[in-house]
Each structure stands twice: as C-alpha cells, then as structure tokens.
Design a binder for this molecule. Structure first.
Ligand code: ADE
Length: 263
C-alpha cells in the first residue's frame, strides 16, 4: 500500500510516521507514505498557494493550480487538453468536514487499494474546481472542524495500515477490535491478578477457553448495549446473542421500574 499525501504542512507527518507500528510497517515495506509539499508546485516568486475569495468574505482559499499540478504529476495523470486516460484506480481523497464520516468499514474498503492519494485542505477552504474535477472521494473524521486535513490524513493512514496483512504482530489482531465485528470490544486484563483489591474476573484465569469466549462475547454485547446501542441494529447477532440482549433489556426495565417505585 502506498499513500501519496498532499499538504502545505509536510512537517506535521514524520514524528507520527516514525513511531511504533507504522514505523515498523514502513521499514518492512508493507506501507509507504510519500509526503508532497503543495508549495513545491508553485511557480511565482512568493510560492503563493492561497488567494482571496471571489465575491468577498473572510479567509483565504487554496488556489487550484499548485494542487492540480502536484496531484497530476505525482500520480502521472495527464492534464487537459490530453483526453482523460482510462479511469485511474487511485482514489484521490479530500479530507474535509463535508465528507462521508470515516469508520471501520471505510478503513476496510480503502485497505483493498494499492495506492491512495490524500489531499489535506487548509485555509478557509479550497477552490471548488479542485473538489469538482480532481477529487474522487471526500472523507471527514467527525462532525467538528479542525484547522486542516493533516491530522485526519494521519488518522486514516493509521486505521488503514493496521488492517494490512502482516502489519500487526498477531495475525488476528484486527479481527476482535471494537467496530471490526460491529460491536465494541470486550475488556482486557493482564498481570497482576489482583491490584489494589480489584480482581481479574475468575473466568479469565480458569483456562477454559469455551467459557472465556462466551464471557468475552457477552461483555462485548453488554458494552455495546450500554454505550452504543445504535451499533446493535447493524451487528451480526446469533440467536444466543439476541437472547442475551433481551435479558439485558429486561434487567434494565426492572431496574427502572424499581427506581420509579422508590420515588
Ligand atoms: N478538516 C477540517 N476538519 C476536518 C474533519 N473533521 N475531517 C476531515 N478533514 C477535516
């Protein structure tokens, strides 16, 4: 997998990419991240990448020329008037709060590509012709506005990279993740078996893997039921799962009833 990142702030990226799992994945050639400074594709004395908005109003707007030139030259796309080549299979993703909201299934979808271009917006916005004629997809990392697309690009790179084959030490590492199976993940414990009087649940020390799997599944269901009930509508649930959730609902309505009786 190769990421081509287009940004006005290339200095933001190295420290994160040179750390931990992403660093190892890069060293092992499982992922490559090329950072391209959009400013390098300007041709005027001041290396101008932004300008005032037509029609007035505050803020500056990213100019189209350096962005088109950067992306087209790195991806080997011929600019007009050459007729467009057969559809390039490289998604050109703009990070923007206006995009589809990133989640685990989008991370899975993107992990199937061999090359992805990420365009980080800055200033108040970018010239609409970039969005309309260059970008093929728009992704947001949530309903809030950041100062630019650099952190969202790193988040996307991280979430996609850890899904690539052989990136995680444990080959099943990504399968049990929160969201991967449509549920929040079960709780984890490590040594010591007792800390400040708080004990590790007995079942995890029992060595009975059937019981441990059942406990973990029920914990995942219960956590999801309490924290993110919306996820249960889409999760793949077995008959036993559904029965377990019915039990949780029943217990909850009994507690609510007894609370209202106490008032
Ligand atoms: N740029 C600014 N805010 C953003 C967000 N929430 N997601 C993606 N890119 C952004």
């Amino acid at each position: 997998m190769q990421f081509e990142v287009f940004t006005l702030l290339p200095e933001v990226f190295p420290s994160y990419l040179e750390t931990s799992i992403i660093k190892r994945a890069r060293e092992r050639g499982l992922v490559r991240v090329n950072i391209h400074n959009i400013r390098d594709y300007t041709h005027d004395k001041h290396h101008t990448t932004d300008d005032m908005p037509y029609g007035g109003g505050g803020g500056m707007v990213m100019k189209p020329e350096p962005v088109f030139e950067a992306v087209e030259s790195v991806l080997g796309l011929a600019p007009p008037p050459t007729p467009p080549e057969p559809e390039s299979n490289i998604p050109i993703i703009l990070l923007t709060p206006q995009g589809r909201v990133f989640n685990q299934s989008i991370a899975q979808e993107l992990s199937a590509y061999s090359r992805i271009a990420l365009l980080c917006g800055r200033y108040e916005g970018l010239d609409e012709r970039i969005r309309a004629n260059l970008v093929t997809d728009e992704i947001s990392i949530g309903d809030y506005v950041l100062t630019g697309g650099e952190l969202p690009a790193l988040i996307l790179i991280d979430a996609v990279t850890r899904l690539l084959p052989n990136v995680l030490g444990d080959p099943t590492g990504a399968e049990d993740d929160s969201h991967a199976m449509g549920l929040l993940e079960y709780p984890h414990y490590t040594r010591p078996p007792e800390f400040r009087g708080w004990k590790v649940p007995d079942v995890l020390l029992s060595g009975d893997h059937g019981k441990i799997d059942k406990w973990r599944r029920e914990q995942a269901l219960e956590r999801t039921f309490r924290k993110r009930p919306d996820m249960l509508d889409k999760a793949e649930l077995t008959k036993e799962d559904k029965k377990f959730i019915e039990g949780l609902k029943h217990a909850l309505s009994n507690t609510e009833r007894s609370k209202s009786n106490d008032l």
